[in-house]
Design a protein. Structure first.
Length: 421
C-alpha cells in the first residue's frame, strides 16, 4: 500500500474512459469465451484502482454488509442454540442407552455442519438453518422410533394438542429463516448481488488456485466443492477442459444474465464517478473546511495481513508492521488472536472521535472466530494468556498510539485501531 494521495480530475476522467473501453469490449461480444474474459478484465480494472474500488465499497459492499450482518449475527445465535439442543439429545440417548448407530446419518450430518464443512453464507445454503433442520430431523427420527417422551420438550403441537407438527431446536431459527427468505427475494434486484456475481468470473479464471488453497486450509469442504464446480464450468467456457456431465445441469455462468449484471453495474459505477467528481468540484469551489476524500493508491483498507505480518496505515500515510513470526513460542497463537480481533473489528467496529475504530469483543466471539479461520479450538484461558503475550509482539510505538486493547471487563475486551486521517 502506497502513501494516500488526492485524486486529480485527470485521473477521474482516465478511470472513467478506461472503464468505458472495457465495458464496450465485453458487452458487444457474441461468444461466451470473449465475453467472460472481457468481464474479468472489467472487474480486475475496478479491483486494481483505488478510486473505483473505493466507490464500489461505499455504494455496494457497505450496503450489503448492513443487510447481511443482522443475518450473520442471528446465524451465530442459532448455531449456538442448536448445538445446545444437540448436546442435550446426545445426553438423553446415552442416559437411556439408545444406540447412536440407529441415528448415525443425522448425527454425521450435524457434525459436518458444526465442523464448518458446509459454508455459512447468508442466503446461500445458510449453515445455521441447515444445522437446525438436521437436529430437528434427529428429533423426528427419535419420535418415530418410539422415543417421543424423551424429545417432547422440543416438540411443537397442533392447535388441539393432539399431534406433533414440528420440533423447535432453536428459538432464533424461525426468525432467521424468514430473514433469509426476504434476503433471497431482495437479491434478485440488489446491485451488490450483481457485483458479487461479476467478481466470481475474475476469481474463477485468475484466482482459482488461491481460493482453493484457502478453502482447504479452513476445511470448508462444501465451499471448495461449489467453487470447483464454478471453475470447471469456466474452464469449459474458455475451451480448456470439457465439463463433467453431472455439472452441466447446474450452469451458473449464463452470458445473457451476466450481460444484464454488467450493464447495471457499469451504469451504477458511472453515476458514482460523476457524483464523486461533482462533490470534489463543489468542495474546491466553496473553499470550505470539508476535507477532500483521500483514496489509497492501491488498497482502501487501513489495515491488512501480509502472511504472518500485520500492516497498519498510520495518520501520516506511513505503514507500521507487526511481525507474528511462527518461529517464536507464542508466535502462532498471537497471530490467531490478533487476526480474530481485527476481523471482528472490521465486522462490528464503530468510528469514535473520528480517528479511532472500536468494538467490544467477547471471549466467545474470539474463540469462535479462531475456530472458523484456523480450525483451532481454543478456550477462555487461552484468550487471556495469549492476550497478555500480545504486548511482547506489538511494538511499543504502536501500542496505545495506534492500537488499544483493554483489560478484560464483563462485556469482554475493547479493541481499537487508529484510522488514518
Amino acid at each position: 500500500m502506497n502513501k494516500p494521495r488526492k485524486i486529480t480530475d485527470d485521473e477521474i476522467q482516465f478511470r472513467k474512459n478506461d472503464l468505458e473501453r472495457k465495458f464496450n469490449y465485453a458487452y458487444k461480444q457474441m461468444d461466451e469465451k470473449s465475453f467472460f474474459i472481457g468481464v474479468s478484465d472489467y472487474t480486475n480494472a475496478i479491483e486494481k484502482s483505488g478510486l473505483l474500488r473505493y466507490l464500489v465499497h461505499i455504494s455496494l459492499i457497505d450496503n450489503q454488509f448492513k443487510i447481511t450482518k443482522p443475518i450473520d449475527d442471528l446465524s451465530i445465535k442459532t448455531v449456538e442454540e442448536t448445538m445446545d439442543t444437540f448436546n442435550q439429545l446426545i445426553k438423553i440417548m446415552k442416559d437411556n442407552r439408545i444406540d447412536e448407530a440407529d441415528f448415525q446419518y443425522e448425527i454425521d450430518q450435524y457434525r459436518g455442519y458444526s465442523e464448518n464443512k458446509i459454508q455459512m453464507l447468508s442466503g446461500f445454503g445458510n449453515q445455521a438453518t441447515s444445522t437446525a433442520e438436521t437436529v430437528a430431523s434427529l428429533c423426528w427420527s427419535l419420535h418415530q422410533k418410539g422415543y417421543t417422551d424423551l424429545v417432547k420438550k422440543f416438540a411443537e403441537y397442533s392447535r388441539d394438542k393432539t399431534m406433533i407438527v414440528d420440533f423447535s431446536v432453536s428459538e432464533s431459527n424461525k426468525t432467521l429463516s424468514k430473514m433469509i427468505k426476504r434476503l433471497e427475494e431482495y437479491q434478485i434486484f440488489a446491485l451488490w448481488s450483481d457485483w458479487n456475481k461479476l467478481t466470481l468470473v475474475y476469481v474463477s479464471i485468475y484466482l482459482s488456485d488461491d481460493f482453493s488453497v484457502s478453502y482447504r486450509e479452513k476445511n470448508e469442504q462444501a465451499n471448495l466443492h461449489n467453487f470447483i464446480g464454478l471453475v470447471q464450468e469456466m474452464k469449459e467456457i474458455l475451451g480448456i477442459k470439457k465439463l463433467a456431465p453431472w455439472l452441466s445441469q447446474y450452469r451458473f455462468f449464463k452470458m445473457e444474465e451476466f450481460k444484464r449484471y454488467l450493464d447495471r453495474i457499469h451504469n451504477h459505477i458511472l453515476s458514482e464517478i460523476d457524483r464523486f467528481s461533482l462533490t470534489k468540484r463543489i468542495e474546491k469551489k466553496s473553499d470550505s473546511l470539508i476535507k477532500t476524500i483521500v483514496i489509497p493508491k492501491e488498497n482502501p483498507d487501513f489495515c491488512y495481513f501480509d502472511g504472518r505480518t500485520f500492516k497498519l496505515q498510520t495518520s501520516d500515510g506511513g505503514i507500521k508492521a507487526i511481525n507474528f513470526s511462527p518461529t517464536k513460542t507464542k508466535g502462532s497463537d498471537t497471530y490467531y488472536l490478533f487476526s480474530a480481533l481485527v476481523n471482528i473489528l472490521k465486522q462490528k467496529g464503530e468510528r469514535k472521535d473520528n480517528i479511532w475504530f472500536f468494538a467490544d469483543i467477547t471471549m466467545e466471539e474470539i474463540t469462535k472466530r479462531v475456530a472458523e479461520e484456523f480450525n483451532e479450538n481454543k478456550d477462555r484461558d487461552w484468550v487471556k494468556n495469549t492476550k497478555s503475550n500480545l504486548k511482547k509482539v506489538i511494538p511499543d510505538d504502536l501500542l496505545s498510539n495506534y492500537i488499544q486493547i483493554s483489560n478484560y471487563q464483563s462485556k469482554g475486551y475493547s479493541f481499537g485501531l487508529k484510522l488514518p486521517k
